[in-house]
Design a protein around this ligand. Structure first.
Ligand SMILES: [Zn+2]
Length: 128
């Protein structure tokens, strides 16, 4: 079933934004854990990936080191350029159900975009 909606908690959104700020001007990558049911992906926690090579984007990222399990729903990463649209490179590396991109200046949820595995934009909701 295609992903129709993604649900975040306010805390997760804040964590993605502050992690992106912390890594700026390099690109930050986070793993998303949660659950997926009836086309709705609920992100419940984030994990800093082990061995992530910052600053080289997905090409420098060691996917084989990821502890991927059933609670893994996707990846969030930042675009220091501010343009929160998946690059060609991003689309070659989509894993899980969704891809979350945070675009500079990472001020609030308006800087976040969510895409499915085909690069199609998915709407999201933030619950407090
Ligand atoms: Zn990217």
């Amino acid at each position: 079933m295609p992903v129709q909606k993604v649900v975040f908690t306010k805390e997760i959104v804040d964590s993605i934004l502050s992690y992106s700020k912390m890594n700026h001007p390099r690109e930050g990558i986070l793993l998303l854990r949660g659950r997926s049911r009836k086309g709705v992906v609920e992100v419940q926690s984030i994990v800093v990936p082990p061995g992530a090579v910052h600053g080289e984007g997905f090409s420098g990222f060691s996917w084989w080191m990821l502890p991927i399990d059933l609670s893994y729903v996707g990846v969030a990463h930042s675009h220091p350029s501010g343009y929160a649209v998946p690059s060609h490179e991003d689309l070659l590396h989509v894993t899980g159900r969704v891809m979350v991109i945070a675009g500079f200046p990472y001020t609030d949820e308006g800087c976040i975009r969510v895409y499915d595995v085909n690069g199609k934009k998915v709407s999201f909701e933030v619950r407090s």
